[in-house]
Ligand binder design. Structure first.
Ligand SMILES: [Zn+2]
Length: 349
């Protein structure tokens, strides 16, 4: 993966981590995605990995969504999902990610004849096998997708409720935020919350602060996916701080989709210094040519975060997760110990 270049990079690879905002289909290892494309009988201009890399660049958020949908047409068999879940967890485990909450979008594959139940079952197999082999725990979050509408969202919730607590932990709301406001999903979120699903939604990424207010007030979310545009409303920033509502921040994603001009102008540092509950995530690492480690690295290199800031952020990942309080405490003490060991090896302050 090419990040073992210097001591800082090695150190960052070894930081114990949690990832809370990662889309499984955006994290398919590049080679695996390339092979899926080559396997397809359709004629394709993608002849090399480099062609694929070039395809994975975007003029804006809508263009990104277009490429996202194109990519998913190459996932054709249930077993592909098992392999993808296994490989994604394996990649994270190499970066010392101990726990991950993974979005998946089961509604994108009906054309391929894959049911939402079948996809979920294969994913659970893949992630359980990864947990046995690598020790990494992962939980699935079902993306209801704004573009599909709340009625389909409700159907999806009903179909996948049997998997709650058996690999599925919550629901999320990705898709075209700029076109589809979240309000109509209120009844779906209410029902999901009553059934025990944990609640998050993408907001404040392509739409502004009002979109964040909507998911807090109407959907009752426990976390905000992105929330990068919260600073358009100082009252919202104060509210997020007071309630410590976690933001699932994905810096490089925001730059690649042109939500932010550059890493330097991203508000992560401002939010962190203001005391907001921010977490670091990679969103769609393959599609944005990033990784959870590169996200941490960018904070140090581009924004001057210190090693103790990184520790704070890695601990925030645990606090903001949907783990039980007991599991959080256990993982925090494990992280403390690993941080002590790391500091003695790398002598960084
Ligand atoms: Zn996302």
């Amino acid at each position: 993966m090419g990040y073992l270049r210097d001591e800082l990079e090695q150190f960052i690879m070894r930081i114990p981590k949690v990832e809370l905002h990662l889309h499984l289909e955006g994290a398919i290892p590049l080679e695996t995605l390339f092979n899926l494309i080559q396997r397809d009988e359709r004629e394709t201009p993608i002849k090399t990995i480099e062609d694929l890399r070039r395809k994975l660049t975007y003029t804006n958020f809508a263009h990104f969504i277009e490429v996202w949908i194109w990519k998913n047409t190459f996932i054709k068999e249930g077993k592909d999902f098992e392999k993808i879940a296994y490989e994604v967890s394996g990649n994270l485990s190499k970066q010392n990610v101990k726990y991950v909450e993974v979005f998946y979008s089961p509604g994108d594959y009906w054309r391929q004849g894959l049911s939402e139940e079948e996809i979920t079952e294969y994913l659970i197999k893949g992630k359980d096998r990864a947990q046995e082999d690598f020790g990494i725990q992962s939980e699935l979050i079902v993306d209801l997708c704004r573009d599909h509408g709340p009625e389909i969202g409700m159907q999806r919730l009903n179909r996948l409720t049997p998997y709650l607590g058996k690999g599925v932990i919550g629901i999320g709301l990705g898709g075209s935020e700029q076109r589809f406001p979240a309000d109509p999903y209120a009844f779906v979120y209410k029902e999901a919350g009553e059934r025990g699903f944990r609640l998050t939604a993408h907001a404040g990424e392509v739409a502004g602060a009002n979109s964040i207010w909507t998911v807090i007030e109407k959907l009752g979310v426990e976390r905000i996916g992105h929330g990068v545009r919260a600073n358009e409303d100082p009252r919202l920033v104060a509210f997020l701080k007071e309630r410590q509502i976690p933001l699932e921040i994905c810096v490089i994603s925001n730059v690649r989709t042109r939500v932010c001009k550059s890493i330097e102008t991203h508000p992560i540092k401002q939010y962190f210094q203001q005391g907001l509950m921010v977490t670091i995530n990679s969103d769609d690492p393959t599609m944005f040519n990033t990784s959870i480690s590169q996200e941490f690295l960018a904070l140090v290199r581009e924004l001057g975060f210190t090693v103790s800031d990184l520790k704070h952020l890695s601990m925030n990942g645990i606090s903001a997760s949907f783990m039980s309080d007991e599991d959080k405490e256990l993982m925090k003490s494990q992280f403390e110990k690993e941080w002590q060991d790391l500091k003695s090896i790398y002598s960084m302050s």
